[in-house]
Design a protein around this ligand. Structure first.
Ligand code: PLP
Length: 483
């Protein structure tokens, strides 16, 4: 149940009546179908940002009207038999449709995170995105304003705007990937790349090997196609090869998915040696690789080793990149570089899906890359990320050294925090949310990671990072019973 509204305290209508009207309109329009369950009262009061008694007054009125029903022990429901009270014709039960679509719903915690990110004043301690203050909005605005006068904004060709593919081809050469524009597909972010690969290249019920933990495990996308995952442990150099080989013996894998640069969620950078050995192993085993390299440009200390794709002479690797992490996720511009038949197949699928990514975004990305502004901007971002990472690390030293451990990331956004003593991550997530802190629990990325948090130093402002992390340490201590 999506609730992205709060009553207006300046409105002369009492808060509880505003809530009654809001809920009635949700029931009337069918947004909240009969038999749907309301969130628990505490949570609802938090979402509406009212105190509990205001909420209870509103709920009582709706119960009295027969619109809500309270079931002992199982919360509050939209009542079954009350549609006539709203003087409307009979209602379609959309629940029965929404439950049968081919997409599985997101994990409840992911849904909660997606909603809570937009609560005013919330401190986002796990968000994998550049802070608004790091997005170069001035130069982007100047560039965007010029586009409609200079370029036609019609549909683009199936693989995407040629001029952008040429820019990406030149950009890829800077770190050793030699791919012509004809072997590049423009996509609406790396997530769409994953979606096209999942539905276009993998048979139903395939097996995918991947690092454990991994970003991919937080997505329901691959689960929707009944893909089986097998997680391979990592060490400080990246995915563990002996375990990979061992696992491959028992698990029928169609491919390996890896994030070698500043991995999401651990921040690990795969070493040169490990990359070479991994590439050779996959070549020997004929195991295709999906290399997700969206964090490559965000190195802080030294540039990362060459990508796996740069070693690929036989079309073993499908390479994914994106402007989301380094420039702006709102542009929704990413790319896939791979063997020509794969790119043709995925381009055809993309045409079936959306007729191509926004041509405004494609032109903006192309001109941004062609202008040289990107390299200049990356220099600035690296400088800012260093300040943010070092600040986060100094706060961790100050307030977490007796309750958690972590590695120093050499780039990207993330610090993978491991709590020394286990606590309920669900309780921590909730109590942090009530205190205005939004967290990314580790078990989103590996069901077994129930002592971990993915912290990010990229999104919150510096004062919020300091204050938020300090408060988080207090919450962890109080849940451990020594606060
Ligand atoms: C490893 C990885 N791949 C892909 C994505 C999706 O990025 P995009 O915004 O380009 O779709 C993310 C975003 O968090 C990510 O961390």
């Amino acid at each position: 149940m999506l609730i992205d509204w709060t009553p207006n305290a300046k409105d002369p209508i009492p808060l509880y009546q505003q809530i009654v009207q809001y809920m009635k309109s949700k029931i009337r329009t069918g947004d909240w179908p009969v038999n749907s369950k309301l969130p628990p009262q505490r949570e609802l009061a938090h979402i509406f940002q009212v105190n509990r008694s205001t909420l209870v007054t509103a709920l009582d009125e709706l119960i009295a009207d027969g619109l809500l029903e309270s079931k002992r022990g199982s919360g509050m429901w939209i009542a079954n038999n009350t549609w006539s009270l709203l003087a409307s014709p009979s209602q379609v039960n959309w629940n029965s449709y929404t439950e049968t679509g081919m997409y599985s719903p997101n994990l409840p915690t992911v849904q909660q995170i997606n909603r809570s990110e937009f609560h005013p004043g919330i401190i986002r301690l796990g968000t994998g995105e550049l802070s608004p203050e790091l997005i170069p909005s001035g130069p982007l605005k100047d560039l965007l304003c010029t586009l409609p006068a200079k370029h036609s904004l019609g549909y683009e060709e199936p693989k995407g705007l040629l001029y952008l593919r040429q820019q990406i081809s030149s950009y890829l050469k800077t770190f050793g990937i030699d791919t012509p524009p004809s072997s590049i597909l423009i996509v609406s972010g790396a997530l769409q790349a994953l979606q096209l690969i999942c539905f276009g290249l993998l048979p139903n019920e395939s097996g995918v090997l991947l690092e454990r933990p991994s970003y991919l495990l937080s997505l329901k996308l691959f689960q929707s196609s009944n893909t089986e995952f097998s997680g391979i442990p990592m060490d400080e150099e990246g995915i563990h090869l002996a375990s990979l080989l061992q696992q491959k013996k028992h698990f029928p894998a169609s491919l390996l998915y890896t994030i070698p640069c500043f991995q999401n969620p651990t921040g690990t950078l795969m070493s040169e040696q490990r990359r070479q050995a991994l590439f050779e192993l996959c070549q020997k085993e004929l195991l295709p690789i999906i290399e997700d390299d969206v964090y490559r440009d965000l190195w802080i200390d030294t540039p990362p080793p060459a990508p796996l794709k740069a070693r690929d002479k036989n079309g073993l690797v499908i390479y994914i990149g994106s402007l989301s992490k380094s420039l702006s996720p709102g542009l929704r511009i990413g790319w896939i570089a791979g063997p020509a038949p794969v790119i043709e197949r995925l381009a055809d699928m993309k045409m079936q899906n959306d007729y191509g990514s926004s041509s405004l975004s494609q032109w903006a990305a192309a001109e941004w890359l062609a202008s040289g502004l990107h390299q200049q901007h990356l220099g600035e971002i690296r400088h800012q990320l260093k300040i943010r990472r070092d600040t986060a690390l100094s706060i961790l030293e100050m307030h977490f050294s007796d309750i958690a451990t972590w590695q120093v990331p050499q780039g990207g956004f993330y610090i993978w925090l491991t709590l020394i003593h286990p606590i309920s991550l669900q309780k921590l997530f909730k109590s942090a949310l009530n205190a205005g802190l939004l967290l990314n629990p580790g078990n989103l990325y590996d069901p077994l990671a129930n002592r971990q948090l993915r912290l990010s130093y990229s999104y919150a402002s510096l004062p919020d990072i300091k204050n938020g992390l300090h408060r988080l340490s207090g919450l962890i201590r109080s849940l451990q019973g020594n606060g």
